[in-house]
Design a protein around this ligand. Structure first.
Ligand code: NAI
Length: 676
């Protein structure tokens, strides 16, 4: 069988009668299951059903990996349940077809094998995967507000048991080949150079079947399932509110109701999926995914390949930025005035690498790349220099004056300043166009966004290269103008200050946080302020108050004067025990005002509108992306601008008018609403 008339698939039959199905989607860096790929595969499977090859092997010709999942860019085209059902029926008929082939089938996995790609691999009789740490398998659909839809909910649990199976689907986390082998998701983990031989041998000799432990089977029993489900639901509820994120609950429900009859469960998977995908949460989370793709695309400066990063300042930010860059494969020299600071960074970096890399050799490799450089010799050879010293314009300028003559001709000079305009810092430079802001967020390892701050003097070339570098360290670049607070701090600050205002009005702390959580924020503003550090909040608020209509609450100043800085001192608004805030209970007879949530959220939304008017970002989508990835703004709402669109601009302006009437001019609707 050698029909090579397909656009995406190449079919080879070897001398032993084994059919090799090579997937290589043209004009695409990664293989994704687009409609076209699926329709072609359906035809191929129909042909295979009529023949009896010795075996069928699925393999990818892309370096990036096996199959990264469905083509999410096609998701917005799905507008109705009927359309969704059509796509799912196609996926099901393909996976069922593969499963029902009479010959052995093997999926040969390297790089990414996610979502629909994993489901296709699960429909095969056997799977082998690359031992390289870049090989990642998983079912991350939950992150898009949906769940697997090509039979994955059934096959994953059947393959690895309910604990590992549901856990993989509920968290959406990636699974390495080492873990995959341990839980029985794959038959063998072998280096890629042995894949062809390993796949062939699986066709000729069936491996010993993986046996799930007995207790794992018991958990699937009809009478046990409701108990397990109850525990799982409780665990999910700690992370995700059912009304905001229905999909994990739907997965548990599907398993409890239908696991006894796999055929019914497959059908019910379709029914459940179509309900989710047309819902608001999935639509907004898909939007957020596409926004992240847009941000990624801003970092494509093809041939810019820096290798050496020099970081100056090994404090909270500089230390973590250096550790992160070394983690992502860069040679990093780290300069500070104090040797002890550098030793502390190494220790922190070790903690990060141990958690993320696990493998001893990889950890040593990353630590070797992070080089303490007290004298600052790295300045001379670095491709990019990131300054993260004290937030003081004169100190920064002095440093720039000292290092500029030593820098390579084409090296980029970046500052992590969170508040000083670039045009106050570049005055000292011979080449002011080479200064750009790379504004990281704290904690660096967790926060996906980096603001790429440019002033009118920054050259476009440098801005583009800074964005490309940001992609190389696997962060999302957001170009912003060098205006006070840039985007993220500027919208976050009014929200935090309003929360402090509520504290002044004696609203219980825990209630303020709860209102924000109910809206969908990942952490309440009071806990956030304590976590960031009240001294840092005060400093940013003071700087912003010089440029914006923000009153710095007296209470904040007093707490900082007393040394109550939040989590780092054990006391802020809350008292901290073992790193966790102790939240006093909300009195039972307390009747809260009804506009708490609106007060906090609308200050943020109003400021976002002002940012767009000031052209801090180029358009509303970039604003939404930046605010979601920089502040954690309720992702299932699709971003503040999208929230305005879905609730109605006029209605929100009316709400601001009412709030202004009740609470004062800080709620006055920004001029930008008219232009929206
Ligand atoms: P930090 O006070 O923790 O660290 C500053 C470090 O710079 C210290 O280790 C100090 O020894 C070193 N240093 C000072 N002058 C130096 C010099 N001339 N040469 C070499 N090393 C020098 O400060 P942090 O919080 O890390 O802030 C650094 C920068 O990052 C600031 O510009 C700040 O605005 C910005 N930033 C801070 C964030 C935060 O959450 N802390 C978030 C985003 C940006």
């Amino acid at each position: 069988m050698t029909n090579n008339n397909y656009k995406n698939w190449k079919i080879d039959q070897d001398n032993d009668g084994i059919v090799w199905l090579h997937l290589d989607k043209p004009d695409s860096q990664a293989n994704v299951l687009s409609q076209e790929v699926l329709h072609e595969l359906k035809e191929i499977i129909a042909d295979l059903e009529k023949q009896t090859p010795r075996g069928v092997i699925f393999i990818s010709d892309k370096d990036s990996g096996f199959i990264a999942g469905a083509d999410i860019k096609e998701f917005p085209l799905i507008e109705s349940e009927e359309q969704a059902r059509e796509v799912l029926n196609l996926g099901h008929s393909i996976c069922n077809g593969i499963e029902n082939l009479s010959c052995p089938t093997v999926a040969v996995i390297h790089g990414f094998c996610l979502g629909g790609g994993m489901e296709l691999a699960l429909a095969c009789r056997y799977r082998i995967a690359d031992t390289d740490p870049k090989c990642k398998m998983g079912l991350p659909e939950v992150k898009l507000g949906i769940h697997p839809g090509f039979g994955g909910t059934v096959r994953m649990i059947r393959q690895v048991g309910v604990i590992n199976g549901l856990d993989a689907m509920l968290t959406g986390r990636n699974i390495s080949s080492r873990i995959a082998k341990r839980i029985g998701l794959i038959n063998y983990a072998v280096p890629r150079r042995h894949h062809i031989n390993a796949a062939r041998s699986l066709i000729f000799k069936a491996p010993k079947p993986f046996k799930l432990p007995f207790w794992n089977k018991i958990l699937n029993h009809k009478q046990v399932r409701p108990w397990v489900a109850k525990m799982m639901t409780k665990k999910v509820a700690q992370k995700a509110n059912r009304s905001h994120y229905p999909s994990p609950y739907a997965m548990i429900d599907l398993w409890v109701r239908c696991y006894d009859d796999h055929k019914t469960m497959l059908q019910e998977e379709i029914n459940s999926f179509v309900g989710l995908i047309v819902g608001k949460t999935a639509q907004n989370l898909i939007r957020v995914f596409l926004l992240s793709e847009r941000l990624k695309s801003l970092g494509k400066a093809g041939d810019y390949k820096p290798k050496h990063v020099h970081v100056i300042g090994g404090g909270v930010m500089g230390g973590d930025i250096a550790a992160w860059c070394a983690f992502r494969g860069f040679k990093v020299t780290l300069q500070d005035r104090q040797v002890e600071t550098l030793a502390k960074v190494k220790k922190r970096a070790y903690g990060l690498y141990k958690k993320r890399l696990k493998d001893r050799l990889l950890i040593t490799g990353a630590l070797d790349r992070l080089i303490p450089d007290i004298k600052g010799d790295g300045v001379k050879t670095a491709d990019i220099i990131i300054e993260a010293i004290f937030e003081d314009a004169q100190v920064k300028r002095d440093l720039f004056a000292e290092i500029e003559p030593k820098m390579k001709k084409d090296a980029i000079l970046a500052t992590n300043t969170s508040s000083i305009p670039l045009d106050e810092l570049n005055t000292i430079l011979k080449k002011p166009e080479r200064l750009v802001g790379l504004h990281f967020f704290n904690p660096v390892a967790m926060m996906p966004l980096v603001e790429i701050v440019h002033s009118p003097k920054t050259s476009d070339d440098i801005t583009n290269k800074a964005a490309a570098f940001t992609r190389r360290i696997d962060k999302l670049p957001l170009p912003v103008t060098s205006t006070p607070g840039f985007l993220v701090n500027r919208v976050l600050m009014p929200y935090l200050m309003e929360a402090v205002e509520l504290v002044e009005e004696n609203i219980p702390l825990a209630l303020i946080d709860k209102e924000a959580l109910d809206y969908g924020m990942p952490m309440g503003p009071i806990e956030l302020a304590d976590t960031v550090g009240l001294d840092i909040c005060l400093k940013v608020a003071e700087i912003l108050s010089q440029h914006m209509d923000i009153a710095v609450p007296e209470r904040l100043r007093k707490m900082v004067e007393k040394g109550n800085l939040g989590k780092k001192t054990g006391k802020g608004f809350y008292t901290f025990k073992n790193g966790k805030p102790v939240k006093p209970a909300i009195p039972k007879d307390y009747h809260p005002p009804t506009d708490l949530q609106d007060r906090m959220i609308m200050r943020m939304v109003n400021e976002a509108v002002a940012c767009l008017r000031d052209k801090v970002v180029d358009d509303a989508d970039l604003g939404d992306g930046g605010i979601i990835f920089g502040t954690g703004f309720a992702p299932f709402r699709g971003g503040p601008f999208h929230y305005v669109e879905s609730r109605g601009k006029d209605q929100l302006v009316k709400l601001l008018d009412q709030l202004e009437h009740r609470h004062g001019p800080r709620f006055a609707a920004d001029k930008g609403w008219k232009e929206l």
